[in-house]
Design a protein around this ligand. Structure first.
Ligand code: HEC
Length: 213
C-alpha cells in the first residue's frame, strides 16, 4: 500500500516536471523559445513566381524558362512592352491560333468562367459578383460596341499585362490559353450560338451547346 502511494507521488511529480519543461518555452507568445532545428522554425518555402534569392542560396531551381528559350510546345513570347506605345502597337498583333473546334471552345469557356467571370460575368456584361458587389469598380462590359470592335491583339495585351483594376493573367493562363479565351470572347460577342455555353461549362454538364458550328 505504502509503496503504491509513493509511486503515485513520484508519478505525479514526474508529470508536473514534464509539464513545466514542456510549457516553459511557451511563456511568451512572441518568443519561439530555443530553436534546435532552424530549418523547421524558419521555413525555406517560398512563394512561386515571387522574387527570391534562391540562386544565392545555391538552390538550382528556376520556375521559368531560361532567357531566350520557350517551353516545348509553347507559343513565342509576347514582346511588346507594357507601356502606352506597346498598347497602341498591340492592335496589330494577330491571333496565332487556328479557329478553335467545339471541344477547345468549351475549354476556353471554362477558362473564362474560372478566371474572368468573377468580374466580367458569365455573359461578359460586367455583372460578375466582384463587380456587382462593388469590390472592383469600372469592370469593362465586354458586350459594349467599343469592346466588340476591340482588336484581339489589344485584348491579349491587356490580359497579359493587366489594366487598371484588372490584374495580369500571364502567370495563370499560358499564352495559348489567353488566345483561346479571346476567341471565346469574340465568339460570344459575335452572338454565335453559344449564349448558353457559359452556364453549361460551369456546371460541367457535358452538353454540346458550346458548338460554334
Ligand atoms: C478583378 C476583376 C477582373 C477580372 C478577374 C478580369 N478582369 Fe478584365 N477587366 C477588369 C476591369 C476593371 C477592366 C477595365 C480596365 C480599364 O480599362 O480600366 C477590364 C478590362 C478588360 C478588357 C478590355 C481591355 C482594354 O484594353 O480595355 C478585356 C478584353 C478583359 N478585361 C478581359 C478579361 C479576361 C479575358 C479575363 C480573364 C482572363 C479578365 N478580363 C479578368 C476587371 C477584371
Amino acid at each position: 500500500m505504502n509503496g503504491m502511494k509513493k509511486n503515485n507521488i513520484i508519478f505525479s511529480l514526474f508529470v508536473l516536471v514534464s509539464l513545466c519543461v514542456a510549457f516553459q518555452s511557451c511563456d511568451s507568445k512572441r518568443e519561439p523559445g530555443k530553436i534546435y532545428m532552424p530549418d523547421m522554425a524558419y521555413s525555406r518555402a517560398y512563394v512561386a513566381y515571387a522574387p527570391n534569392n534562391l540562386a544565392s542560396e545555391n538552390i538550382k531551381y528556376i520556375p521559368w524558362p531560361v532567357e531566350g528559350t520557350i517551353r516545348r510546345g509553347d507559343l513565342f513570347p509576347y514582346i511588346l512592352p507594357n507601356d502606352s506605345n506597346g498598347y497602341k502597337l498591340s492592335a496589330q498583333v494577330k491571333d496565332p491560333l487556328p479557329p478553335l473546334n467545339s471541344t477547345q471552345m468549351k475549354e476556353a469557356a471554362r477558362l473564362f468562367n474560372i478566371n474572368c467571370a468573377i468580374c466580367h460575368g458569365e455573359k461578359m456584361d460586367a455583372q460578375g459578383p466582384l463587380s456587382t458587389g462593388g469590390k472592383v469598380p469600372a469592370v469593362a462590359n465586354l458586350t459594349l460596341a467599343q469592346y466588340i470592335a476591340m482588336p484581339v491583339g489589344t485584348m491579349f495585351h491587356s490580359i497579359t499585362y493587366g489594366k487598371n483594376n484588372m490584374g495580369s493573367y500571364a502567370s495563370q493562363l499560358s499564352r495559348e490559353q489567353r488566345w483561346m479565351v479571346i476567341q471565346y470572347i469574340k465568339a460570344h460577342q459575335a452572338g454565335l450560338n453559344i449564349a448558353t455555353a457559359s452556364s453549361d461549362a460551369n456546371s460541367a454538364s457535358g452538353t454540346d451547346s458550346t458548338k460554334t458550328k
